[in-house]
Design a protein around this ligand. Structure first.
Ligand code: KDG
Ligand code: MG
Length: 408
């Protein structure tokens, strides 16, 4: 069996999904996602210029050897662009393998450990009242877990994960006005004064059963993060995400000495080498990598297995930029993983998105139920894809009031 060709598409409804399709001489094809939010053209170019020419003629069933060939062959290891490109190939090869076996992908990992996998939604508000309405909305939809982010009185510009005006549901992660980023201003002292009591009021209003998550988005210093984590302990958060910049792993040691709040980290990681110490030293509770940016199923499964040995559970990244292909690969891992924790889930199912990526993965009552179709269980409609093209976008850049550059 041989790979005969591969194509890359960039675009989607309000997103720049990077979709890879690998074709074989037996008519079976595989699909993968290489979307690197706001840098989408780069994994696409890596695939087109270097990886696809090296795929032609290879046996697609040898996904491990192909992964090693690209990873070791690049010489310059890791990094989000390369790992996203390797990840898309790997995802597509697992899709092919499962289609050949005529099985849904989770069967190749060891079958199902659960029927439904709990997901969390993003509740957001320009202020606390607005956020409370948003939480109620998701609760009414059946969600058992919500991430809560709100505007902070006196903060010079919008905080991470919130819109500037009441009820506005704009996509606050990508600004499609161009590649020159918007600049926001952040004040850690205001945040630390306001947010703990806001979280306490949310717990009071919604009672003990709702799973409440909160994302600090790398904005606090280690000492501040420890103080914040200690203060929010009575809220009993499901998790506190990215309390400090994730690249300083020692910061977590200090936080751990001061608080028992569950910690989730890893959406910016792209390899096991970024998180093995955090996992082995049991400094985190949830690992947030995603299949598309961390080298695909082959590599992420290694992270999941290491995490399982250290009581660290999964909480895969699933921001709005993740395509239904990445979310499907994660749905299969979530169905299998003995150490599944939760899945971030932003509503993908617009009619346009469903037309581009038809599938019967199902979300109901705050749980995702994985498809039983062979492979990833998601298709890609190339004629629909012709409607879309790349749109330049950017993340905001954050500064302190005196102009010092800070972490988005
Ligand atoms: O592209 C960046 C986003 O994926 C990130 O800001 C989203 O923090 C995020 C989350 O938890 O989904
Ligand atoms: Mg996050």
């Amino acid at each position: 069996m041989k790979i005969t060709g591969a194509k890359v598409f960039v675009g989607g409804p309000g997103k720049n999904y990077v979709t890879l399709k690998i074709m074989t001489d037996q008519g079976v094809y595989g699909l993968g996602d290489a979307t690197l939010n706001n840098r989408e053209t780069l994994p696409a170019a890596y695939l087109q210029d270097y990886l696809i020419p090296n795929l032609i003629g290879r046996d697609p069933r040898n996904s491990e050897d192909i992964w090693q060939f690209f990873y070791r062959g690049a010489y310059f290891r890791r990094g989000p662009i390369a790992m996203a490109a390797f990840g898309a190939i790997d995802m597509a090869l697992w899709d092919i393998k499962a289609k050949l076996a005529d099985m849904p992908l989770f069967q190749l990992f060891g079958g199902k450990s659960r029927e439904g996998a709990m997901v969390y939604a993003h509740a957001t508000g320009s202020d606390l009242e607005d956020l409370m309405d948003s939480i109620s909305y998701y609760q009414e939809q059946g969600y058992k877990a919500v991430r809560v982010q709100c505007g902070i009185p006196g903060m010079p510009t919008a905080c991470y994960g919130v819109s500037e005006t009441k009820g506005d549901v704009k996509n606050y992660i990508t600004d499609f006005r161009g590649i020159i980023p918007k600049e926001e201003v952040w004040d850690s002292a205001l945040y630390m004064r306001y947010m703990p009591q806001a979280l306490a009021r949310i717990r009071e209003r919604f009672g003990p059963d709702l799973h409440i998550l909160h994302d600090v988005h790398h904005r606090l210093l280690p000492r501040e993060a420890a103080e914040f984590a200690k203060e929010v302990e009575p809220v009993r958060l499901f998790w506190l995400e990215d309390p400090t910049p994730a690249d300083d792993q020692d910061a977590l040691k200090f936080l751990r000495q001061h608080s028992t709040v569950p910690i989730a980290i890893g959406e910016v990681f792209n390899s096991i080498w970024d998180c093995h110490e955090l996992i082995q030293n049991e400094l985190i509770d949830y690992i947030r990598v995603c299949v598309s940016l961390a080298g695909g199923i082959t590599h992420v499964k290694r992270i999941v297995d290491l995490a399982a040995m250290h009581h660290v559970r999964t909480g895969f990244h699933g921001a709005p930029s993740h395509s239904p292909l990445c979310m499907a690969a994660q749905a299969h891992l979530n169905a299998w993983a003995p150490n599944f924790g939760i899945q971030e889930y932003l509503v993908l199912g617009t009619p346009e998105c469903d037309a581009l990526f038809p599938s019967d993965h199902r979300m109901e009552g705050g749980m995702v139920y994985v498809s039983d179709a062979p492979g990833l269980g998601v298709d890609f409609d190339e004629s629909e894809a012709e409607r879309y093209s790349y749109k330049p976008g950017s993340h905001p850049v954050v500064r302190l009031e005196d102009g010092t550059l800070w972490n988005y």
